[in-house]
Design a protein around this ligand. Sequence first.
Ligand SMILES: NC(=O)c1ccc[n+]([C@@H]2O[C@H](COP(=O)([O-])OP(=O)(O)OC[C@H]3O[C@@H](n4cnc5c(N)ncnc54)[C@H](O)[C@@H]3O)[C@@H](O)[C@H]2O)c1
Ligand SMILES: [Zn+2]
Length: 359
Amino acid sequence: MRCVNLDLGPRSYPIHVGDGAQRVLVPLLEARPRGARLAVIADAHVAELHLDSLLAALGPSPLVLTVPPGEASKSLASAENLYDALAAARIERDDVIVSFGGGMVGDLAGFVAATWLRGIDFIQVPTTLLAAVDAAVGGKTGVNHRAGKNLIGAFYQPAAVIVDIDFLTTLPQRDFVAGLAESVKHALVREAHFLDWQEAHADAVLARGPVMLEELIARNCEIKAEVVGRDEREQHLRAVLNYGHTIGHAIEHVLEYELRHGECVALGMLAENHISCARGLLERAAAGRVAGLLMRLGLPARLPRAIDARDILRASQMDKKVRGGAPNFVLLTKPGETTRVADVSEVEIVAALDALQPT
Ligand SMILES: NC(=O)c1ccc[n+]([C@@H]2O[C@H](COP(=O)([O-])OP(=O)(O)OC[C@H]3O[C@@H](n4cnc5c(N)ncnc54)[C@H](O)[C@@H]3O)[C@@H](O)[C@H]2O)c1
Ligand SMILES: [Zn+2]
């Protein structure tokens, strides 16, 4: 078992990664004030598969609330249903919310925890690779608005993150692979030698052995923890984690969540690398290397259907990364290094998307 610490002074927290890590929940909960209760907010599909195992670790009957799987549940309407249930069960300030599922339910439950009674403690128990390597760590919580992704939300850190690799065994390969996109992103923006590692171990990673998974997840959590520890509220450094996301989020929104978040991030990285290369910021060989790894991991290199570049432009203008009307881009200059630009033109975005259109 590995433990990575996210250092944020009084709001620091541990990220436990390993087989059977859910055991850590017991001492964590025993340390709570006497009589504190637990509300588990779970993805209904994950609850079907793993709730019994989680409840065996948690002991006496917590309140269990489920939300239907899928990005459509990450909404204010779902949050409101959850508030109704928390009110009916009289969940109080000393009680704890545990989120159980992927990034969708983690973002939603985190947002509910941040806003219920102006904030009660919550613990993330991610069950997808994407949530384990990225979404569950760092305290970005929120829901989608019809105008765009994650437009409503709060920075609100969990009290702990517990990644039990056992839960990941039932994850479909497509969702597993989607999570790898964020792992490649972490290497590209922060740690070139982690990219070498992922290239060297791609087959072993895809085989999903527990030792490999523990190493992969812990290394990602270390990168994320370092970045968030230095810039919790995205004033400067944390913005590098948005690499691939300006176009990625726009694709996700325009395709109405038909693709997985990680798949859109992979396409976003390819498109944004195209812009970097056209500007002479990134060598074509480096872009080719990234594309080669993403493809080897099984991530898409093309859009599933043609989309109009103007829709992408419009969606990217609704992004949170917009300043003064212009979307901000984090562009790769070489593995491990990025630069921020706010002057990407329509023509550049259209050309980058052209390279992704289905053949
Ligand atoms: N807060 C952040 O910093 C952050 C970072 C990255 C992504 N996100 C958000 O995370 C979301 C995407 O997360 P995701 O990819 O985990 O998607 P998800 O939560 O929708 O889960 C994907 C699918 O996997 C299923 N599933 C989950 N765990 C399973 C398991 N162990 N076995 C079998 N099936 C399982 C779910 O039911 C769902 O159908 C997006 O909303 C994205 O915006 C947030
Ligand atoms: Zn992401």
